[in-house]
Design a protein around this ligand. Structure first.
Ligand SMILES: Cc1ncc(COP(=O)(O)O)c(C=O)c1O
Length: 368
């Protein structure tokens, strides 16, 4: 079966360097928040082109800590898309704040700025821009709304490591940016990991304090805090992988171009991804839309081609988030939840595997 994602393929390619990195950590005797984490934090910040990054336990914690660093709490509203990993909503609930879900632009599948503007109230404390599937949001418009209403923008870059908007890396536009290093991500660890990035030094101090018990110095908690630290092992492995991120993203983009060339205009009722102009999508996922999703998935599986759904339910459609479902629903989001289908997409996907996936797509007979 050709998988949708294959994190082990990359580990295999980098195995000697990863083994050496692991041995260095084992010998160091320091296993949490040590020299490897500090080095990764500065290398990752330099890669992004921002002042700092701070390692945390996972992407959900990165969002939670970023929101807390901006003092988001009970009674506050956070504007966000509903078509994203549940984690984005979870982080808002962890603060006791209210997620305010807005719809997407149907073409780019990122938050519709007009809907965001309409959702702003006196209680709005933050906007979370999720660069879904690796596609940059309409940052000019979102930042303009933030400036007008004095609301900070947080970027959720869990699916968009290395992507660019008008030549500039994602993660450098919002006041804070959050990353997940879950193994399948474009930059993935071999377990959980995450980071918050930013340019404001005072916010770095807050993020560091919040990730470790609210300590301002060891054993002195001056604030309420949590425990969300990055392991040395994960940081050391991320340091091996980071120099390959741009190459990996270029390979993902080449795979996307091949899907586009093979699947466009071939008589299937299929909506392929549309890249925002002046931007660089990094195809964490290659998500198409089809009204025949369930039959197509079975057809692909029978031909050894994996596919997955990201996501079968938008956040507001899930039980835990029912109190926050917008009254009129979110038509674009809900249609995407019914029709989206992710095809195999990872850097080491071979030409033969992709040809097989395309051939299976093209011999699908749509139900009448
Ligand atoms: C858009 C988005 N935000 C947040 C997260 C949460 O990251 P993690 O799984 O590392 O907590 C993920 C990954 O699952 C994600 O895809």
């Amino acid at each position: 079966m050709i998988p949708v994602a294959d994190p082990s393929a990359q580990v295999k390619a980098l195995r000697p360097a990863i083994d050496a990195a692991i041995a260095t950590v084992l010998d160091s005797g320091r296993y949490v928040l040590g020299a490897q984490v500090a080095a990764f934090e500065s290398e990752f910040a330099a890669y992004l082109g921002t002042a700092w990054s701070a390692g945390v336990g996972n992407g959900t914690d990165a969002l939670h800590i970023a929101l807390r660093a901006l003092n988001v709490g009970v009674g506050d509203e956070v504007i966000m898309p509903s078509m994203t990993a549940t984690a984005t909503g979870t982080a808002v609930l962890q603060c006791g704040a209210t997620p305010v879900f807005v719809d997407l632009d149907a073409s780019t599948r990122t938050m519709d700025p007009i809907a965001v503007e309409r959702a702003v109230t006196a209680r709005t404390k933050a906007i979370i821009a999720v660069h879904l599937y690796g596609q940059p949001c309409d940052l000019d418009a979102l930042l303009a709304i933030g400036r007008t209403h004095n609301i900070p923008l947080i970027e959720d870059c869990a699916q968009s490591h290395g992507a660019r908007y008008r030549g500039q890396r994602l993660g450098t536009f919002g006041v804070l940016a959050c990353f997940s290093f879950y193994p399948t991500k474009n930059l993935g660890a071999i377990g959980d990991g995450g980071a918050v990035a930013g340019s404001d030094a005072a916010l770095l101090t807050r993020v560091r304090l919040l990730r470790e018990y609210g300590w301002s110095t060891r054993y002195h908690s001056t604030h309420e805090g949590w425990n969300s630290r990055l392991d040395e092992l994960q940081a050391a492995i991320l340091r091996v992988k980071l120099p390959h991120l741009d190459d990996d993203n270029a390979r993902r983009r080449a795979h996307a171009a091949r899907y586009q060339q093979q699947l466009q205009g071939r008589g299937l009722t299929l909506t392929l991804p549309v890249e925002r102009a002046d931007s660089e999508h990094v195809y964490h996922l290659y998500a198409v839309e089809t009204p025949y999703r369930e039959v197509l998935m079975r057809h692909l599986a029978a031909r050894g081609v994996g596919s997955m759904v990201h996501y079968p339910l938008a956040i507001h459609q899930q039980l835990a988030f029912a109190p926050y479902a917008p009254a009129g629903g979110l038509p674009v989001t809900e249609r995407l939840a019914q029709q989206t289908l992710s095809l195999p997409m990872y850097p080491q996907l071979t030409r033969e595997q992709q040809e097989a996936a395309c051939a299976a797509m093209l011999d699908f007979e749509e139900p009448r």
